[in-house]
Design a protein around this ligand. Structure first.
Ligand code: ADP
Length: 191
């Protein structure tokens, strides 16, 4: 399975990604997590990414694309993967198309978690208190929402036109949402 999970910041992508990946026996690849690991290890990639992340801006495509390319070249991703947080721009969509085409496979589905914008802002503010993420302050959260609407939301239409989009209601208890996702994905044939 080659899957993407999409949704605005705070939609619960990361939480659901873990369950889906486990279910299909594929790695969940979160660009946000990889960036954060690099930031805490103080790698050159982390130093570069931090500037953007702390401001709620996207890391430049070139940097992000290279990182994802390296990650999906790892042996554990040979049979499939679930991307969480990538692609986020049209340029990243094209880059990913190239990467997958190169392996002779294709995308199976793009899962879109549909949530209420106000609800997710309050979720993010709650998470800020628990996890203390540097980009979970109110101003930065608002900026991330803006950037999402401007750059990433249009991708939903792109995948819809390719008939890859699977929309799932992302509101409710975590287990309920997981069940909806599994019900929706089990009808997607594996390539
Ligand atoms: P969110 O909870 O806002 O969806 P993530 O954990 O997925 O956040 O990502 C955190 C930050 O990492 C983003 O705000 C952005 O700066 C950077 N980032 C993650 N994925 C990408 C991407 N595909 N392209 C550019 N920047 C990214």
């Amino acid at each position: 399975m080659r899957l993407i999970i999409m949704g605005p910041p705070g939609a619960g992508k990361g939480t659901q990604a873990k369950y889906i990946a486990e279910h299909f026996g594929i790695p969940a690849i979160s660009t946000g997590d990889i960036f954060r690991a690099n930031v805490s290890d103080g790698t050159p990639l982390g130093v570069e990414a931090k500037r953007y992340m702390d401001a709620g801006e996207y890391v430049p495509d070139e940097v992000t694309n290279r990182m994802v390319r390296n990650r999906i070249d790892e042996p554990d991703a040979a049979e499939g993967f679930l991307l969480d947080g990538y692609p986020r721009t049209l340029a990243q969509v094209e880059e990913l198309d190239g990467m997958i085409k190169f392996t002779g496979h294709q995308l199976d589905a793009v899962l879109s978690l549909v949530v209420d914008k106000d609800e997710v802002v309050s979720r993010l503010l709650q998470r800020a208190q628990i996890e203390g993420r540097a980009d979970d302050t109110e101003d930065v959260i608002r900026r991330r929402q803006e950037v999402y609407l401007d750059q990433t939301e249009p991708l939903i239409q792109v995948y819809k036109e390719r008939s890859l989009l699977v929309e799932v209601d992302g509101l409710g208890e975590v287990e309920e949402v997981t069940k909806r996702i599994f019900d929706a994905l089990d009808v997607v044939p594996e390539s």
